[in-house]
Design a protein around this ligand. Sequence first.
Ligand code: 9WN
Length: 406
Amino acid sequence: MILRDAVRVLIDNWDGGHTVPSRRLYPHQWSWDSAFIAIGNAHLSPRRARTELLSLFGAQWSDGRVPHIVFNPAVPEGAYFPGPEFWQARSPSGAATSGIVQPPVHALAAWRVHQAEPDLAFLRRIYPKLVAQQEFLRTARRSPEGLISIVHPWESGMDNSPAWDRPLSAVETDATGYRRRDLTHVSAEERPTDRDYDRYTALATAYRDSGYREPGAFHVEDPLFNAAYGAAELALADIAAACGLDPEPHRAEAAAITAAMVEHLYDDGIFQSRDLRTGYLIRSSSAAGLVPLILPGLPREIAHALIGTGLDHFGLKDGVLPSFAPTAPEFDPVRYWRGPSWINLTWLVWQGLKDRRSDLAASLADNMINAVVRSGFREYFDPVTLRGHGSRDFSWSAALILDVVA
Ligand code: 9WN
């Protein structure tokens, strides 16, 4: 039954060349959503999964960046804020896009799609594009410590995380001339506040006005983003080997980013973000700090400590993974990235636990399934009651459940 419903969600959200995250709230193509959707579609239609990834990379910029949104010109202007008229950006292919990025989980997706249905022509076509995506991050976003930075909370994928409260408080706003569209579809207490939207808009405006080059007031290194970058290098090693190319440089790069993360972002049982404006760690209880479990090269004692933190503060054994620890004062079970459970975040940690603690991985898998059985393919879930929140018929919730039960 849930499988049939998951398939229906993916079919209903397919737009001919890509899948929208949700019909009403997010009517365009989103970058990391497409990667998660391809992972699910690999079980359903590998051809569609390949098309999903290739259509996203069709809008890659000449500097290698993969924009976080590719706008569908058929969607009426004003359906989503900020839309193409705000970003004023086009890819060499002519697609209207945003100018920021999202966590690079695409190489992992491409490798999964190939594993589901081997297709060397696809791998050879997408490999240079995936390499260019990483190359952009290495050149435009690498700090002297060897870590990759983000310049907007939207780049983290966990936009409204309490981890961003402090760096965002330094952002000056003038809050003019924009209208939020999200609140037409979802209730205000489940979404970021207007004050946060003023800051998101001010930051994106400043980055746009620098020609999408200069980091503005928000400049941080995030553990989820860096872990995704490292996992991408490992997937690229597999892809390179399958294409008859040398995998070693990718393995070395994955080892280097893992070591840099351990040296600079790990603190007392969890990985933290670091604010490049101050040089200090942003100590918080964000579940992003557990995602480095997806890196197989993590030192064993650190993996062990992360699992301990997951058990003590995130209820790892008993439920779906909350996006922020329920034991922390900022925890809010229904507001966007401030506590609710998301299937993609839970899926990432599930990946990281499969070879380390199969018992905990099995319990996370059961609880992801419980959440969608109880509430449908919602965008996020109250981690205690499993009540659904955000948009309905959300694509990556459906796609990743297909992967979990496969
Ligand atoms: C801004 C599409 C995206 C996800 C993000 C999630 C949310 C957008 C928004 O939706 O962000 O990119 O308008 O809130 O935070 O992770 O990719 O599903």
